[in-house]
Design a binder for this molecule. Structure first.
Ligand code: SF4
Length: 255
């Protein structure tokens, strides 16, 4: 459901889709869905569509009735229209809205819901950015000033970064989200892609995972220097505040 969020680069999150099949080992969303979803109602690896919320025995809404299986909560589509105050909304913080398993129809309907509430800024984020240009070719992707398309990559040489397609002759705002940063980016391809995007977000892994990666300050400084060189804003998440000390910065690409 829509809610205030602890994610420091947006005001709210809105989850018309929950669940994801990428299986990242550091996924906080999967843990939350398992914790709050309760018992599994039915099977796995299936797409679920809900026209109305499912309630628990005590009458409260179960936000993850199928835990982390992809679930389209159609009844949530009007939520942004109900929020009159303009805000920056992270769309599908508990899913990957551009995972290969998500039907075009769901994406299209969510964009339509966003367009119906133009007072907000919408941030999308995926680990499957190759879906963006495909959606652009199908005329599904929206090139509005308040739509921002993010690529999430914790690894330096992930080749799937997407900046913006030129074949459409439209401008799509993009950003690169490196959270959690799992290695030094150095002079890698992702490091070079800073030049192509409008904004860089970087954060450290949180939680207590056994193989948790603690970043070095030098990794972040290199990224910040590249952003300065390219005149791109960089947003360091709270998880980096202590590590970065006086070099900690939280910049946005909008006023
Ligand atoms: S892509 Fe995001 S939501 Fe999906 S498993 Fe990975 S961290 Fe979790």
């Amino acid at each position: 459901m829509g809610r205030k969020t602890k994610i420091d680069w947006c005001d709210s999150s809105w989850n018309p889709i929950t669940g994801c099949l990428h299986g990242c080992p550091y996924c906080y969303a999967a843990g939350m869905a398992r914790r709050f979803g309760g018992k599994i109602i039915t099977g796995h690896d299936h797409l679920y569509i809900l026209d109305a919320p499912i309630r628990r025995e005590d009458g409260t809404i179960n936000p993850y009735p199928y835990r982390f299986d992809p679930t389209y909560h159609k009844y949530r589509l009007k939520i942004p229209q109900d929020w009159k105050k303009p805000q920056t909304i992270f769309v599908c913080s508990m899913a990957d809205m551009f995972g290969e398993w998500v039907p075009d129809e769901w994406i299209d309907q969510i964009f339509t819901a966003c367009l119906a509430a133009p007072q907000h800024r919408y941030l999308f984020l995926t680990k499957n950015p190759k879906r963006y240009p495909r959606a652009a070719l199908k005329n599904i992707l929206v090139a509005e000033d308040n739509f921002w398309y993010g690529t999430s990559t914790p690894r330096a040489d992930d080749p799937a970064f997407w900046s913006r397609p030129s074949q459409e002759g439209r401008y799509y705002h993009t950003f690169l989200s490196i959270e959690p940063i799992l290695e030094r980016f150095g002079k890698s391809s992702a490091h070079g892609s800073v030049a192509l995007t409008d904004w860089v977000i970087v954060g450290a892994e949180t939680g207590n995972r056994k193989d948790k990666v603690i970043p070095e300050k030098g990794w972040i400084m290199e990224l910040a220097e590249e952003c300065d060189k390219r005149k791109k804003p960089i947003f360091m998440k709270e998880s980096l505040r202590a590590l970065m000390g006086d070099d900690f910065r939280q910049e946005f690409p909008w006023k």
